[in-house]
Write a protein that binds this ligand. Structure first.
Ligand SMILES: *Cc1c(COP(=O)(O)O)cnc(C)c1O
Length: 404
């Protein structure tokens, strides 16, 4: 397949300028939009006229500023269209509710984000939608779980927090063969991997993380075909339209201004994570990073990557026990000033947490064990502030101080 360059793809679509020739777009905050003639209104309702013709109706449906961000995201993913939402969770829940009804089944990776796991495990069953969880690295496990009720295969490109990768091209083939929809959460690996280019039908994002990159916004996106985005926004049945997780145009503007340097940021997150993980491996620490040749799926990951962006900004250290993990986190934050003890990722400063007792605490201890999540697992989302050389020294001193 021809190499895809998401940064280049984003420059190849129409750029939006602001009033007075501004090089940044103007923010259109109106909740409702007027028409020149009353006869036009039914045509907008019927979908004959739309944003392509400069016709807008109401901002829960389509807002001009939010729509610019959606166009840029679609270009970045190589999808026909995109939809912005108020959070990553709403992007995921609206997508799954659109694809599944009472009696349907989802086959999901067992290493998904805690909130997604809770949605699949506890909330959707109340609506008659059940989920079978399988190991994301085993495509044949998905195959074996398929029943006549199956509608969706759901995975994260890089699973949280175990950093296990799904074989997207193989899953896409499986989905295609059985008339299923492959939904991929690409939150951890924007630009690095383009799921739609590898065969995914729908790519969902929490833009709260790397895409926005400043830890000051909660936002999500669904990148898909025009047909799917149209279904989500249908005035009578669209899950996004009717459940209403609308993105605010000011939010869309903020994220839009940060998209052009997402590629630069991803390269730097990766460069630093690679250097730190290599150093730790040299010390004999139990570090997991996709860019290390010791990483179990290193070959697969390399084959999925768009060139130039590296292997991502996340690595984990297994400290064995929760007590050791707490010691390491406290030392890194309070003695070395290496980063902050906080959930989330994709920030310019380093964020670190003990996954088992925090972001994955929705998952039972037995299931954590099954998915390979050690209670002492520390997830490090590497930032890019400070000198890399100093940061490596801080990390080095901390792991030695707590005797890892
Ligand atoms: C954070 C996160 C989500 C949820 O996104 P919100 O923006 O917090 O709603 C979903 N998937 C993954 C992989 C995440 O990291």
């Amino acid at each position: 397949m021809q190499q895809f360059n998401p940064e280049q793809a984003m420059t190849e679509i129409r750029r939006e300028f602001g009033e007075h020739g501004g090089v940044t777009p103007s923010i259109s905050r109106s909740s409702t939009f007027s028409v020149m003639a009353s006869e036009t209104m039914p045509e907008i309702f019927a979908g004959v006229l739309g944003p392509e013709n400069g016709s807008f109706l109401y901002s829960r449906h389509v807002n001009p500023t939010v729509n610019i961000l959606a166009r840029y995201l679609a270009a970045m993913e190589g999808t026909e269209a995109a939809l912005c939402t108020a959070s990553g969770m709403s992007a995921i829940s609206c997508t799954l509710l659109q694809l599944c009804s009472q009696g349907d089944q989802i086959i999901s990776s067992n290493t998904v984000y805690g909130g997604t796991h809770a949605l699949l495990q506890h909330l959707l069953p109340q609506m008659g939608i059940t989920t079978t969880f399988v190991d994301p690295t085993k495509t044949d496990a998905f195959y074996r779980a398929i029943t006549p009720a199956t509608k969706v295969l759901y995975v994260e490109t890089m699973g949280n927090p175990t950093l296990k990768f799904a074989n997207l091209p193989a899953l896409a083939k499986l989905a295609g063969d059985h008339n299923l929809t492959l939904v991929v959460d690409n939150t951890f690996t924007p630009m690095m991997i383009s799921p739609a280019r590898l065969g995914a039908d729908i790519t969902v994002y929490s833009m709260t993380k790397f895409i926005n990159g400043a830890s000051d916004v909660i936002a999500g996106a669904v990148c898909a075909t025009k047909e799917m985005v149209g279904r989500l926004m249908d005035l009578h049945t669209g899950r996004a339209m009717l459940l209403g997780p609308t993105m605010d145009p000011r939010m869309a503007y903020d994220i839009m201004q940060r998209l052009p340097h997402l590629g630069i940021r991803m390269r730097e997150h990766s460069r630093r994570a690679q250097a730190m993980a290599s150093h730790l491996e040299g010390l004999g620490v139990a570090v997991v990073y996709p860019g290390l040749s010791s990483f179990l799926q290193h070959g697969l990951v390399s084959s999925l990557l768009n060139k130039e962006y590296g292997y991502g900004g996340m690595f984990t250290i297994d400290c064995g026990t929760r007590e050791k993990a707490d010691q390491l986190l406290n030392h890194l934050q309070n003695i070395e000033n290496f980063g902050y003890i906080a959930v989330s990722l994709g920030y310019f400063d380093t964020l670190m947490s003990c996954s088992g007792s925090t972001t994955s605490s929705e998952i039972s201890e037995a299931e954590q064990k099954e998915m390979g999540l050690s209670p002492g697992l520390v997830r490090i989302a590497v930032g890019y502030t400070g000198s890399l050389e100093e940061r490596v020294k801080q990390l080095d001193r901390a792991v030695k101080a707590v005797r890892l």
